[in-house]
Write a protein that binds this ligand. Sequence first.
Ligand SMILES: [Ca+2]
Ligand SMILES: [Ca+2]
Length: 102
Amino acid sequence: MADEEATTHEFDPRTFFAASDVDANGVLDRNEITALLLRLLNELDRRGDAADAVLTASEIEQTVEHLMQQLDEDGDGHITFSEFVDGISRWGLSTSRPVRED
Ligand SMILES: [Ca+2]
Ligand SMILES: [Ca+2]
C-alpha cells in the first residue's frame, strides 16, 4: 500500500491544453481533440493502465464526437480552456484514481 502520492506524472491542465493547442489559437478544435485523444491513449498504453485502449478509427471518431459534446458547452465547435477545465474536473481527471486489478 503506497499511500504517499508517488505520482511523478502530475496532470497540469494548462500544460496539457497548451500542448494540445497545435495552432496556438487558444482553443481546441476537433482535429486537436483527436490528436489529444490519440496522445492520451498512447500515454495510458505506455503506463500500462489501458491494455485494451486500442481503438479503431471509427471508435476514435465516436470518442472525439463524444468528447466534443461533453466539452464544448456552448457548441461553437471549439473547446476553450475554461470548457476544458470544466470538463476534466467533471470527470475527476485531476485526482488520481485507484487502478483496477483483475
Ligand atoms: Ca487550436
Ligand atoms: Ca465552445
